[in-house]
Design a protein around this ligand. Structure first.
Ligand SMILES: [Zn+2]
Length: 284
């Protein structure tokens, strides 16, 4: 057994998220798509002395190359002064989720929208068994957070308790009114539904599509049981704003100038989000 394996605490991701739920803060789960965005996320967390979830989605892996982007994130995790949970987000198949486990991710989310709830829970059980044996946490998708304009797809909260028992997952994604890829903060959160869900399980609840929610609403949701807040679109907007600002100078040609500036701009935004989620200074 290598030193790295021997030292890896058992399911550290689950322990960190359980602490967040218990103490009513959330760990920010920020999406990295390249070197600069991954660096911005880890640097912001270090400046805030906060645990952080560095996320690679299956989509981002397709863009940057799964092995390459994973290696960048693993290197940042190893050298960070704060706990970095490396999370594989939105795995579309059991096979890709298991690949992420094998690659050394600390946590994996497997989508469930292609199956009914029972089938979803049973497939997650297969993943949980393998992942847990290797100290890897699993996020299941109880309710699907849609893309773009949406219709409510809430399930009965009472089904959650059974779903958690059968699936064995460590954290669970719920739908409380947000959508993926929202560029405006217009989401109306369904807090009563969140309360019902939180009543069914002590497990950390996960919010997808949080870019569409206001900071105030996010704080309420965190207080009611959301312990992992996924942020992608808002950071993409910020990073791109930084690039655009720099590229207004037609003489600029050095990619390090505008990418470095965008990285700095994104770092500041991640810090603000971490502060709002209440995870600053929460390094255990
Ligand atoms: Zn998502």
């Amino acid at each position: 057994m290598t030193a790295a394996l021997r030292l890896k605490p058992k399911n550290r991701a689950a322990a960190l998220l359980a602490h967040a739920r218990e103490h009513r803060y959330a760990i920010g789960a920020f999406n990295a798509v390249n070197l600069e965005t991954a660096e911005a996320i880890v640097q912001a967390a270090e400046l805030e002395n906060a645990p952080v979830i560095l996320q690679v989605s299956e989509n981002a892996a397709r863009y940057a190359g799964l092995e390459h982007l994973t290696a960048v994130c693993q290197s940042l995790r190893e050298h960070a002064s704060i706990p970095v949970i490396l999370h594989f987000d939105h795995a579309e198949t059991l096979e890709s989720a298991l690949t992420a486990v094998a690659l050394g991710y600390d946590m994996v989310m497997l989508e469930g929208g292609d199956l009914d709830l029972d089938g979803n829970a049973k497939r997650l059980k297969l993943l949980s068994k393998t992942a847990h044996a290797l100290g890897v946490a699993v996020e299941g998708e109880f309710e699907v957070t849609q893309k773009g304009e949406r219709e409510a797809t809430h399930l009965s909260a009472s089904a959650l308790e059974d779903f958690m028992k059968v699936s064995g997952v460590d954290a669970v994604a719920v739908d409380i009114g947000t959508s993926h890829k929202q560029t405006e903060k217009t989401a109306m959160l369904n807090i009563p539904h969140l309360r019902d869900l939180a009543h069914q399980t002590a497990a950390p609840l996960v919010l997808h599509g949080s870019s569409g929610a206001t900071p105030e609403d996010l704080r309420i949701a965190i207080h009611e049981g959301i312990s992992k807040v996924n942020v992608a679109t808002e950071l993409m907007l910020e990073f791109t704003r930084g690039v655009r600002e720099q590229l207004s100078d037609p003489k600029l040609y050095d990619a390090r100038k505008y990418l470095g500036y965008a990285r700095e701009v994104m770092t500041q935004r991640v810090r603000t989000l971490i502060q709002n989620f209440g995870s600053s200074g929460q390094v255990l």
